[in-house]
Unconditional design. Structure first.
Lengths: 428, 383
């Protein structure tokens, strides 16, 4: 019931907190009264229990990684424009305070979209009024260029950069556009309502004005992975079930081994409990795929299109039998996507959390569509990179092309009301 | 600082009415500086291309007359600034060989004078100390003063606007394409600095500054941009004489209206933000001057006009929210520094000479500045 307080030391000389927590005691008190009700209740929406679709913001790990994958995504990568570490820290504190509120279904700031003064810009943009929290999660990551860029130690963080946090190598079958790649920071916003996800990113970007600028962003309209056994496996835009053998929240042992940075790992003094996030915008040659035969499609993927069963099997979750043979050959072709990507043959595992996208059309009459691939792993080199190298001869490559690439280190979760994103990194 | 309370629109409207009345009650001044009465003396200023010799560096509080003689080869300007470059008085557009007078009332305090040969940059500065009883203004008086200060700024701009537009119109009617092209961004500078005032007068703004396609059905495409199109696309002034005459008449009309208008403090605050919004929506996109690509001239003018409106409110803001003033100062300076990279001669690079990355740098700085300036209105209304 109590209003989350501003983190200690959050009163920067900057006015970031004009939006999220500074001001007088009177303001905070008013915010507590209004804010605790939540947007949906205030706006008179149906009186469901607002807690039903709230994902806890604090915890050992950031939410939005093993959290059951929500339906919608708004992902944004940002570049830091200030040289001031103090301003950067103040923004991260302000972001944390706003994220706490928004993930609880409240407005971004204590006054809210309509609770402030008539002659001041509202501290919330308002498009989420009347909408519930919609299982919103906000997950933040730090890119390699936050630590050093062009050989320059930008914020005194150069010696805190964990070794695995480095630009990804180049791979076969990619045409990477630098304008939609990389970034000093990222925010992954996932929610079941797209407007709630967009609202969250928009308000955080606004709070960051003068400190960060948006480098690129990506909307995703449908999840392509399950991160718990309770979720049905969704289909991607190729029409196939995607993420059947994904790492799942229930398998804590595998998560500790493949997803979470552990004590003793490089950078674990601030990153333990965190994870590395890799994004790849994968354009699908939709029209070419659609005109290929069902047999070609299934041979390419290595699963049946209907049930999603491994070729040679009947049901989706039947074991993938790489030694099973049909007509003298392997049931699952050695150049199929499943064959090459599966942990059995790639030797590692990642937690996938991607989303389908359609960014209009490409000017040549074709959909500009595909999969915005997101993966979390304990180390990119032994995670995504290892798998992607193994996909060099993947027949799926004929139908896809990677067009963007980014890697971020996502710090551990925000522990309590006084904690903020990246505190262990910035507070020595 | 008092606890911020939510104000009802009715109360706020009453407050504004009171402020406007207070502001209108003051003497709006007769010259380009604030005049509280007859000048005690005349301070001569010898302005050249590389010097600005002001006869006095210490004055007694009161009304003073500055006689500015331009001994240089470039057109110059003369300013008296209070802290933060708040304009106490200015004379624009002093041609070589010409002497112009500035009447300005100066309370006790520290000031700077500046000559700006070529009308660019920070100018040649001198300190000016004014001694005597410092008037303690109440909050209401401080805000009323802001309105009159800004009106003084508007008048200095409208005078130059009329002159430069007349020169532009003359060049157009004389068939001097190159001369008209050179004057086009200069005349627009004075317009763009005070556009929020002009926008108060309904259909004059679209007639003067409308872009092709903005007109209602049956309305002609007129104003600066009509002539811009002829000059840059057609490379001719043919058939432009009627448009040139109409432009000058419209500008004169808007000037006479603007000279009699006092913006209330809230309008000032909103005007300061509106000018930055103009940059964000029209200049950073290259849509304003789509034929000439002189958008950076307008960008600079919008920025200067916004700063002038904020600075008029400065004495009040420094009491009410010094932290905000510091941040606004910092962000104006950052935006000016960003823009300064693209200066070219007496003007600016053309819009299409900037890379996407350079435009992005400008855009980022304006976005940050706008966030700060957007908070001024509430501080004013919160009094």
């Amino acid at each position: 019931m109590s209003e989350p307080t501003s983190p200690a030391g959050g009163l920067s000389r900057r006015r970031l907190f004009g939006l999220v927590g500074a001001g007088t005691a009177g303001v905070l008190a008013a915010g507590a009264a209004g804010g605790a009700l939540g947007r949906a209740t205030v706006a008179g929406a149906p009186a469901s229990d607002p807690a039903d679709d709230v994902v806890e913001f604090t915890g050992r790990h950031q939410a939005g990684i093993v959290t059951p994958a929500q339906d919608r995504l708004h992902f944004v990568a940002l570049d830091v424009t200030t040289d001031s570490r103090e301003e950067l820290v103040a923004m991260l504190q302000a972001w944390t305070a706003a994220a706490r509120r928004m993930t609880a279904g409240q407005d971004a700031g204590p006054l809210g979209a309509v609770g402030g003064e008539q002659f001041a810009p509202p501290d919330d943009t308002g498009e989420a009024l009347g909408l519930s929290a919609s299982r919103l999660t906000l997950t933040v990551g730090f890119g390699p260029t936050l630590f050093t860029a062009d050989g320059r130690d930008r914020f005194g963080l150069a010696d805190r950069r964990p070794e695995p946090l480095a630009e990804l190598p180049s791979f076969a079958n990619e045409t990477i556009d630098p304008a939609i790649s990389g970034g000093d920071l990222c925010i992954q916003a996932c929610a079941d309502d797209p407007q709630v996800a967009v609202h969250a990113v928009r308000n955080l970007v606004r709070i960051g004005a003068g400190v960060v600028t948006v480098r690129w962003s990506q909307l995703g309209f449908g999840r392509t992975s399950s991160t718990t056994t309770a979720q049905a496996t969704p289909r991607n835009l190729m029409g196939f079930k995607d993420g059947t053998d994904n790492l799942k929240a229930e398998n804590a042992g595998a998560l500790d081994r493949f997803v979470w940075v552990a004590d003793g790992d490089s950078g674990s003094d601030w990153l333990a409990g965190g994870s590395y996030l890799v994004t790849r915008r994968i354009r699908m040659h939709i029209e070419v795929w659609d005109s290929s035969t069902l047999d070609e499609q299934e041979q390419t993927i290595g699963r049946t299109k209907g049930a999603g069963a491994p070729l040679g099997q009947r049901e989706e979750f039947d074991p993938v039998g790489f030694t099973a043979r049909v007509d003298g050959g392997f049931a699952i072709p050695e150049t199929s996507h499943v064959f090459l990507a599966h942990p059995t043959n790639s030797g590692t595992a990642i937690l996938r959390r991607g989303y389908s996208f359609v960014d209009g059309s490409d000017g040549l009459g074709r959909l500009d569509a595909g999969l915005f691939f997101i993966a979390f792993q304990r180390d990119p080199e032994t995670g995504f990179v290892q798998i992607q190298r193994n996909l060099r001869l993947d027949t799926l490559n004929e139908y896809i092309r990677h067009t963007s690439s980014a890697v971020f280190a996502c710090p551990p979760g925000v522990r309590d009301d006084a904690d903020w994103w990246g505190r262990a990194l910035f507070e020595v | 600082m008092s606890a911020r309370s939510r104000r009802t629109p009715v109360l706020a409207a009453g407050l504004l009415a009171a402020l406007t009345t207070a502001a209108c009650g003051g003497d709006p001044g007769t010259g380009e500086g604030a005049s509280g009465g007859a000048a005690a003396d005349t301070v001569t200023v010898a302005a050249s291309d590389d010097a600005c010799q002001v006869a006095e560096s210490e004055l007694a509080a009161g009304t003073h007359s500055f006689a500015v003689t331009n001994d240089g080869s470039q057109v110059t300007e003369f300013y008296v600034y209070a802290e933060g470059d708040r304009v106490m008085g200015e004379v624009e557009n002093i041609a070589p060989g010409v002497t112009r007078e500035l009447l300005v009332e100066l309370p006790a305090g520290d000031y700077e004078t500046a000559c700006k040969p070529g009308m660019v940059g920070d100018g040649l500065r001198n300190a000016l100390t004014v001694t005597g009883e410092a008037a303690q203004l109440s909050e209401d008086e401080t805000l009323a003063q802001a309105a009159t200060d800004y009106q003084r700024y508007v008048r200095s701009q409208t005078a130059a606007l009329t002159e430069q537009t007349a020169a532009f119109v003359d060049a157009v009617k004389a068939g001097d394409v190159e001369g008209a092209k050179a004057l086009f961004p200069v005349a627009r500078t004075y317009w763009e600095r005070i556009e929020p005032v002009a926008e108060v007068f309904g259909d004059l703004d679209p007639r003067i500054d409308g872009r092709e396609g903005d007109q209602a059905e049956g309305e002609d495409f007129t104003g600066y941009h009509r002539i811009e199109q002829a000059l840059w696309v057609g490379g001719t002034t043919a058939d432009m004489a009627p448009y040139a005459d109409q432009l000058l008449a419209d500008v004169q009309e808007v000037v006479s209206l603007a000279d009699q208008t006092t913006l209330d403090p809230l309008q000032l605050a909103n005007g300061a933000k509106a000018l930055l919004d103009e940059i964000a929506t029209g200049k950073i996109t290259g849509e304003e001057d789509r034929y000439s690509h002189t958008d950076l001239w307008d960008f600079a003018a919008n920025l200067e006009g916004s700063e002038a409106a904020v600075q008029a409110l400065r004495p009040y803001l420094e009491e009410a929210d010094p932290e905000l003033v510091a941040e606004i100062d910092e962000r104006f300076a950052a935006t000016e520094a960003e823009l300064e990279q693209y200066r070219s001669g007496d003007g600016w690079l053309l819009y299409d000479q900037l890379t996407q990355e350079q435009l992005r740098g400008l855009s980022d700085s304006v976005t940050a500045l706008t966030e700060s300036v957007s908070r001024v209105a509430a501080v004013v209304a919160d009094r």
